[in-house]
Design a protein around this ligand. Sequence first.
Ligand SMILES: *Cc1c(COP(=O)(O)O)cnc(C)c1O
Length: 465
Amino acid sequence: MSNINNDLTLFNELVETLIKEEESSPVAERIDAKKLYDSIDLSLNDSGMIDDEFKTLLRQILVSTPKTATKLFFNQLFGGRQSKAILGDLLAVMLNNSMYTYKVAGPQVGIEQEIIRQSCDLIGYGSKSNGTFPTGGSMSNYMALVMARDAKDPKCRLEGMSKPLIVYTSKESHYSNSKNVSFTGIGRNNIRYIKADSKGRMIPELLEEQINKDINDGFIPTYVNATAGTTVLGAFDPIDDIANITEKYKMWLHVDGAYCGSVIFSEKYKHLLKGVERSNSFSYNAHKMLGTPLTCSIILVNDKRQLYDSFSNDADYLYQTDGDDFNLGKTSFQCGRRNDALKFWTLWKSVGGKGLRNIVDKQFDLANVALDYIRNNSDYTLYSFDDSISICFNYKNIDPTELCTALYEHQVTVVGFGSFEENTFIRLVTINANNEKEDILNFFKVLEGFVEKTPSLKKMKEISI
Ligand SMILES: *Cc1c(COP(=O)(O)O)cnc(C)c1O
């Protein structure tokens, strides 16, 4: 039968196995999805499993699961491990609070509020600002859009939408924007994708042009989503220029910093968010650049009344004590809510603001190592730009989709590909701050070694830059 102490001992054993395994084989042995259920016994049965078999099975699952914390994982907009954040998350699991009231979360409420307060101060939001921890960046964008809709069409909360609202975002923005216009009832036909310039940044002149066209057609321009760190190129939309427009036309400006909003912690790179204090809402994912475990997303709102207006609901059975400032359920989307704040707090508290700054700056240093390498090697073509931790390139004109798939299938390294305008390329993300310069150079070494050994890789038909 279960006993927490035995299970924690087992946990430690399994973690030890995992860490050893990560060192000896940084890319997990790949199981073909079609053969998954034949390879590992994932079945659930009427009778339980005895301890030894259970342990063996857990080991097998651990070593076969893709490893996102190793030095050869570059596939996603997260990676690595910040151990003090892991400590916080493990404690949050043991405590198992729900973040809706002070009565059940106590000091955890203050922990969440402290992170929100400090983050608001960093971006220059005033004393009326506040925020919450949604389930992720997609949900942060959704909450921002709900607030914008309610602000423009206040009757909406009772009667449903009564106005033809229009939403604007760049072609390069995250796909959650298109889902969210449908969820909010605004409708997918009412989102306008504004063209980006050659570096992937929204073109403000085209935004204003489209807004005027929509006004002439009887629509109501409502919301602009600016991205701080686009998914493919890691580009930053020009927030100040966009804010000139949203202020002029009385629209909501949301800054989606899920990927790179954490530059707010860096003296050197926070200029990339210039003008963010003029936005109505801003979100960032600490589980991306800051390396906390998934998920840890924060939305900040310049005027907290708008958060209350859209998300509070009276519930006497729940809100029995302590007042609204400590009953965080009044500003969240969900009811029961996981404690995502503690892991960020344990990290921040232990390394300080300075430590967070170093984590962010390190990723740009690693990006510069990759950029230098590519620029000094004529076998590579570069597609990305400075001030981005997404390094986009092709090698020897080899088809990048085929190369990335082959690297993954042969357990060489895990890296993905992306497209911008006419080009498709490999996207190396230097987001794992545990990596060192040698690890980035080693990535190129293993890639080149693999290409050398694999003459069958197809070339692309033509290069277009
Ligand atoms: C990752 C990302 C999102 C989505 O965040 P999730 O936490 O994965 O939902 C939204 N916008 C941008 C720019 C992102 O990079």
